[in-house]
Each structure stands twice: as C-alpha cells, then as structure tokens.
Design a protein around this ligand. Structure first.
Ligand code: B12
Length: 207
C-alpha cells in the first residue's frame, strides 16, 4: 500500500493532505490520486470489518476524503468545453444508503468529461429517480451503493423506471463498493462500473 493510502487508512489528516499536495505539485493525475485514496478507504473498511476500526474512524476518514476532494476538484473538473450538445447523467446513492464520497467523485469525473450532471444526493427514493428522469431527460442514470443491504433499492429503482415507461430512453449504470456485475445483470442495468473512470469511459463510448 502506498504512503498516501496508508495515511488515509490511519486517519492521519495532515499527512494525507500533504501527500496529496506533493503529488499534485509533481503532476500526478488526479484520477491516480483518487485511486490511491480508494485503496486507503477500502483498507480502513477491512479494519472496520475485523473490529480494528470503528464508526468514528469511518466518519473521520469520510471528512478527510471530503477535504481531499476539494483539493482534487479543480484538477478533475478541468472544464473541458465542447461544442457538442452535452449528454446528461442523473446520479444518486440509492434509498437507505448515505455514502456519497464515491458518488461525488463519479459526478465530478463525468462533469470533467463534458457531461451535464444532475446529482440527487443520497438515500434517493425510486420515485425521485423517476421524477428526475422525467424532468431532465438524461441519457444515463447512475446508481451508487455501498451497502449490500441496499441491493433491493437498486432493483426497486430499476423497476420504478420500467413501470414509468422510461427504461428504453436511458442507459443505467451501477457502481460503488457493494455493486457487482452480477447485481447489474440481475437488476437489469446496462453497465457495472468498478471505478468512476471505467464508467466515464463506457458512457463516452455510447452513441
Ligand atoms: C467512509 C465510510 C462510511 C462513512 C461515509 C461518509 C460519506 N460521506 O460517504 C460513514 C461513517 C457515514 C459510514 C456509515 C456506514 N457504513 Co460505511 N464505510 C465507509 C468506508 C470506510 C469507505 C467508503 C468510501 O467512501 N470509499 C471511497 C470511495 C471513493 O469508494 P467508492 O464509494 O467505492 O467509489 C468508487 C467506485 O466504487 C465508484 N463508484 C461509486 N459510486 C458509483 C456510482 C456509479 C454509477 C459508478 C459507475 C461508479 C461508482 O467510483 C469511486 C471511485 O472510483 C467503507 C469501506 C469500503 N470498503 O468501501 C465502509 C462501508 C461501505 N460501510 C459499511 C457499513 C456497514 C456502514 C454502516 C451500516 C455502519 C453502521 N453500523 O452504522 C453505516 C451506513 C449508514 C447508511 N445508512 O448508509 C460497510 C458495508 C458492508 C456491506 N457489505 O454492506 C463497509 C464496506 C465497511 C465494512 N467493511 O464493513 N460509512
């Protein structure tokens, strides 16, 4: 594990931010820095799983990640302007799940690649997704989930989109630490994005 991932997983805020700044100064791409941070957060999650880290640690690491994202944002959102009509992504963390760090990173990356992004936040009900699709007519909808207990929320959301007769007009992608390609298949999503970078690549390659 890198020194940055280690610092984040140990909740050392000043060292984490210092190492990020050093990388930015050295010209390391922001997406690579995000990937390192991801490794640190996953490591902390594993320690939480094993009873070696606790809820306050998760909360503190979340706060450090938010600060890190403020530093990385200008580098991720380089504001690539395009004359083409912007495609739209509606994204949210599914109902009963309040994790938002990965969802925010995904939203940022899509923006930096010229997409218009409507971010519905966390704990988003199926109805809210449906209303947003009706209002914004997006090409893509992104469902984020970090809790395996929220699989049903993904299924309910996709079913609500189907029942509203909107399924054929959007491409659905699912992501977040609890998502898998099997979930994407079972829930009738079009794509499982292991990382935000993968998801942007996939969306950019669509007609
Ligand atoms: C920080 C954290 C918290 C913070 C969240 C702060 C915040 N503002 O988000 C707080 C303290 C609030 C929290 C709460 C809880 N947490 Co928590 N948390 C984490 C932790 C350590 C890191 C998550 C994170 O931000 N990772 C970094 C980001 C960048 O990664 P990411 O979200 O996966 O995103 C990347 C990709 O997945 C992708 N991506 C993300 N979203 C999307 C969406 C789309 C469409 C696409 C394509 C891609 C994509 O892009 C990102 C970059 O590539 C994880 C551990 C882990 N392994 O993930 C546990 C973890 C997710 N939490 C867990 C648990 C159990 C909880 C609680 C239930 C604890 C409790 N008993 O109260 C609560 C849940 C509350 C709720 N109702 O949601 C478990 C879930 C276990 C499970 N199997 O379901 C984990 C895995 C820890 C563990 N190992 O046990 N948590």
């Amino acid at each position: 594990m890198s020194d940055l991932a280690e610092a984040l997983s140990s909740c050392d805020d000043s060292l984490t931010l210092q190492l990020i700044q050093e990388r930015l100064n050295a010209g390391v791409p922001a997406t690579e820095i995000v990937a390192e941070c991801n490794t640190g957060m996953t490591q902390l999650g594993e320690r939480f799983d094993q009873g070696e880290a606790f809820i306050p640690d998760l909360m503190f690491s979340g706060m450090i990640m938010k600060k890190a994202m403020e530093m990385l944002q200008p580098y991720l959102e380089s504001g690539r302007e395009t004359s083409e009509k912007k495609k739209t992504l509606v994204i949210g963390t599914v109902q009963n799940d309040i994790h938002d760090i990965g969802k925010d990173i995904t939203a940022m990356l899509f923006r930096s690649h010229g997409f218009r992004v409507i971010d519905l936040g966390v704990d988003v009900t199926p109805e809210k997704f449906v209303m947003s699709i009706q209002e914004h007519q997006p090409e893509f909808v992104g469902l984020s989930l970090l809790l395996t207990t929220c699989y049903q929320s993904v299924i309910n959301t996709v079913q609500a989109i189907e029942s509203a007769g909107l399924r054929n007009q959007v491409k659905l992608c699912v992501g977040g630490a609890a998502a898998t390609s099997l979930l994407a298949e079972k829930a009738n999503c079009d794509f499982y994005g292991k990382t935000a970078v993968e998801a942007v690549r996939w969306a950019s390659a669509q007609e």
